[in-house]
Ligand binder design. Structure first.
Ligand SMILES: [Zn+2]
Ligand SMILES: [Zn+2]
Ligand SMILES: [Zn+2]
Ligand SMILES: [Zn+2]
Length: 200
C-alpha cells in the first residue's frame, strides 16, 4: 500500500460514519462498529426496544457501548497528520438525505440507492445488502474494470480493422485515376470496335 493511501485510510477509519467528522469520544458497539458517543445516542434516541447498528443493522436489545480509548488516541494522531482534506471538503462529497437530513453514506446493493443511516433502519431495506458508499464504489469500479477488459480487446481489434480498411481505401484512391482511364479507354475501344463492325 502506498504511504499516502495508508494515511488517508487511517484518517477515514478515524472518522464517524454518521457525522463524517473525526470521532469525538469514540464508542464501540457490540458488532464492532464505532461512532461518536453523541452520534450513536442521537441515532438511538427515539428507539426503545431494539437498537440497530446504523451500519450493519445488527439489532441489540439495549443501548450498550464501550468507550474506545485506543481509537480515541488513534484519532488524535490522525488529526495531527495534515494530508486529510477539511471536514467541509469531505462532507461536500456526500449529499444529504432529503427525508432525514443526514449524510448519504451508505449504499443499498439491492435497490442501487444511496441511503443515510436513518434510511438504513427502514423496513424497506431490512433484507438488503447495505455497505458504506466508498466500499460499494470501489467494488463496482472493480467490476466495471473487469467488464471493460474484453471491451477494450474488442475495441483494439475493431480499431485495427478500421485502420487496415482505411489504408486499403488510400491504396485504392491512389490506383483509381489509372484504373478509371484504363477502364475508359477499354470502353472506347469496345464502342469503336462495335461501330466499326456495324458499319461493315
Ligand atoms: Zn459522529
Ligand atoms: Zn455494526
Ligand atoms: Zn434518509
Ligand atoms: Zn434497499
Amino acid at each position: 500500500m502506498e504511504f499516502v493511501t495508508g494515511l488517508v485510510q487511517l484518517q477515514e477509519e478515524s472518522s464517524c460514519p454518521v457525522c463524517l467528522d473525526y470521532l469525538k469520544d469514540p464508542v464501540t458497539i457490540n458488532c464492532g462498529h464505532n461512532f461518536c458517543r453523541s452520534c450513536i445516542n442521537m441515532m438511538w434516541k427515539d428507539l426503545d426496544d431494539t437498537f440497530p447498528c446504523p451500519i450493519c443493522r445488527f439489532c441489540f436489545h439495549n443501548k450498550t457501548f464501550r468507550s474506545n480509548r485506543q481509537l480515541s488516541n488513534l484519532t488524535e494522531i490522525a488529526k495531527q497528520l495534515q494530508v486529510r482534506r477539511s471536514k467541509r471538503k469531505r462532507q461536500e462529497e456526500y449529499s444529504v438525505c432529503e427525508k432525514h437530513n443526514q449524510f448519504l453514506t451508505l449504499f443499498c446493493g439491492k435497490d442501487l440507492e444511496v441511503l443515510c443511516t436513518q434510511c438504513n433502519f427502514s423496513v424497506q431495506h431490512q433484507k438488503h445488502h447495505i455497505c458504506p458508499i466508498k466500499k460499494a464504489a470501489s467494488f463496482h469500479r472493480k467490476i466495471l474494470e473487469y467488464s471493460l477488459e474484453p471491451l477494450k480487446d474488442n475495441m483494439e481489434r475493431v480499431e485495427k480493422v478500421i485502420s487496415l480498411q482505411a489504408s486499403k481505401i488510400v491504396d485504392l484512391k491512389k490506383k483509381l485515376p489509372s484504373v478509371t482511364i484504363q477502364h475508359c479507354s477499354n470502353t472506347i475501344d469496345y464502342i469503336l470496335s462495335c461501330t466499326f463492325y456495324s458499319c461493315d
